[in-house]
Design a protein around this ligand. Sequence first.
Ligand SMILES: C[S@@+](CC[C@H](N)C(=O)[O-])C[C@H]1O[C@@H](n2cnc3c(N)ncnc32)[C@H](O)[C@@H]1O
Length: 302
Amino acid sequence: MIIPPIKSQGIKTKLVPWINELVASSGIPEDAGWVEPFFGTGVVGFNSPLTGLHVAGDTNPHIVNFYKGIQSGAVSGQTMRAYLQRESRRLEDSPDDGYSYFLEVRRRFNALHDVHDFIFLSRAGFNGLMRFNKHGEWNVPFCKKQKRFTAAYITKICNQVIDVARTIAKSDWVFSNSSFLETVSAAGETDLIYCDPPYFGRYADYYNGWTEHDESELYNALSRTKAKFILSTWHHNAYRHNEMIKRYWSKFNVSTREHFYHTGGKIENRHPMVEALVYNFDMVRKPCSKTVRQMELFAETA
Ligand SMILES: C[S@@+](CC[C@H](N)C(=O)[O-])C[C@H]1O[C@@H](n2cnc3c(N)ncnc32)[C@H](O)[C@@H]1O
């Protein structure tokens, strides 16, 4: 599995095998295109089994610029290593347990938007969170580990950059700082659209506000598309159900599965969550029996 260098509370690493199994069950040919309007860290797209054109959209310009940087070669394993080695020394030499240097990088990033600083903040911030205030500024506090960037950790991050660079080089990729309607409209009949919008009624920040109007616009766009689509959303947790499922998505196929989120500032966000995959196609191949059992289990709670 390709693990991207960016961390985020919304990362879908654990759902990748389930999503890929559904892609395989759809019967879509391997050389079909992949269209992903809410790209985030990119973990789903980078592990997609499809080999056609990949269109990756996101309204967060820092994510898009970072991956464009890898694509152009401006960001590589080498540039990342040189950067992190230099910055880790500065962090370690900072007199107050590293806090003032972390704040200096954060101020610098918020002024200049350097893509290497973006990774520094993603990897040295509290709990792997990505969060921007109402002015669009990164505002996650320091993880309080002055020796955060050990040699092994730097190598791990650089290898992740190299893995992503290799993945991008294998097929055609377009990274676009666009809103979802624009990206969805780029999908042709033979493409697969994977959508992972911000969850309605849950976490929100500068790049992750999500209203019912957005949900209904996405619903309209996905109802109109001739492409196959898969949408990730939440189904329910111990406290409540996602009312958007009944209101919009239940006209399509809905499969559910439990997932535990380890990151998140709020305690509510650290509980198990039943995730849903909504899709608009019939399976031409059944998923493996383990997946079927899990789907049946959770269907009972739906
Ligand atoms: C839940 S995250 C996607 C996580 C991703 N699947 C992953 O595994 O990392 C949602 C993403 O949608 C982006 N986003 C929010 N509103 C958007 C919009 N209106 N159009 C496009 N992207 C949007 C956010 O910047 C964020 O990166």
